[in-house]
Ligand binder design. Structure first.
Ligand SMILES: [Zn+2]
Length: 66
């Protein structure tokens, strides 16, 4: 198994971020999406069909394709 993560930045997330991850075996899945505008630490609020940022107003719709 590879321990490499497909992250764009090499900086480690702050310890507080881990509460947003679901640890499943050796995999950590991010439960919440971070705002692409505000960056790390700002997460998008979950709605039924979209996620939105309460800070900058960014809205991202869920993709229905699987
Ligand atoms: Zn934002």
């Amino acid at each position: 198994m590879s321990e490499e993560k497909p992250t764009t930045k090499k900086s480690k997330p702050s310890p507080q971020v881990w509460k947003y991850y679901k640890i499943d075996g050796e995999n950590a899945a991010l439960l919440k999406k971070e705002c692409p505008r505000c960056g790390k630490g700002v997460f998008l609020a979950d709605h039924q069909e979209r996620q939105s940022c309460g800070k900058c107003g960014f809205t991202q719709f869920n993709r229905s394709d699987k």
